[in-house]
Design a protein around this ligand. Structure first.
Ligand code: ZN
Length: 202
């Protein structure tokens, strides 16, 4: 399976990192070894002193497709969950400065905790509220209505380049409020008021 991620899909987050709002989705991928499931702990890597949490809505692809038209893209997923796109921000900034790919800063082991999923029929896709608490305090809060690119646009765009398969995941970008995590932190991800993801940092 493949894991795709969208960068800069919330304008407030693009601004907080000093990035322009993009014309097309910014896409990168993570290997399957980045996944952390069932509340597995996250071990801070030794190559970074500034790992940031990015809470994101995650689409699970339910049907094989390529070159999917936007108007049919809704037929290619039936579950949405929540995940964290851990980012070694210091390493990412140094790679960006050199014009190098972000893989090392984004795709390392354990960089993609994944929580539970909800059937899309139970959600208003345009208005999903989600949030992240760190040690019990709210640090990130977003709503799908703030996304620059919709779920359908992202699926259509990614599938122009990559065949999507059943079980592939797309992390759809983070709202403002990203920040550093430290050993001992406990992260909790919510869709509406429902706890969907727990991750302890070690
Ligand atoms: Zn992200």
């Amino acid at each position: 399976m493949k894991i795709f991620c969208v960068g800069r899909n919330y304008s407030e987050h693009a601004k907080e990192l000093g990035n322009a709002v993009p014309e097309n989705p910014v896409i990168f991928s993570k290997p399957d070894t980045a996944l952390l499931k069932n509340g597995e702990p996250f071990y801070l890597p030794d190559f970074s002193n500034d790992v940031h949490h990015e809470v994101e809505l995650v689409i699970k692809i339910s049907k094989v497709g390529k070159k999917i038209q936007e108007q049919f893209a809704g037929n290619y997923f039936n579950e949405i969950g929540i995940g964290i796109d851990f980012t070694a921000r210091d390493l990412q900034n140094s790679l960006k400065t050199k014009g190098l790919p972000w893989e090392l800063a984004k795709g390392f082991d354990g960089s993609a905790p994944l929580g539970e999923f909800i059937n899309v029929k139970e959600l208003d896709l345009r208005k999903i509220h989600f949030s992240l608490k760190k040690n019990g305090g709210l640090v990130q809060s977003g709503n799908a209505e703030q996304m620059i690119f919709t779920f359908e646009k992202i699926i259509s765009f990614v599938s122009q380049y990559f065949t999507l398969k059943v079980g592939d995941l797309i992390y759809t970008g983070t709202p403002a409020g990203v920040g550093r995590v430290e050993a001992g932190d406990k992260l909790e991800g919510f869709i509406e008021d429902k706890l969907m993801l727990t991750c302890e940092v070690k």
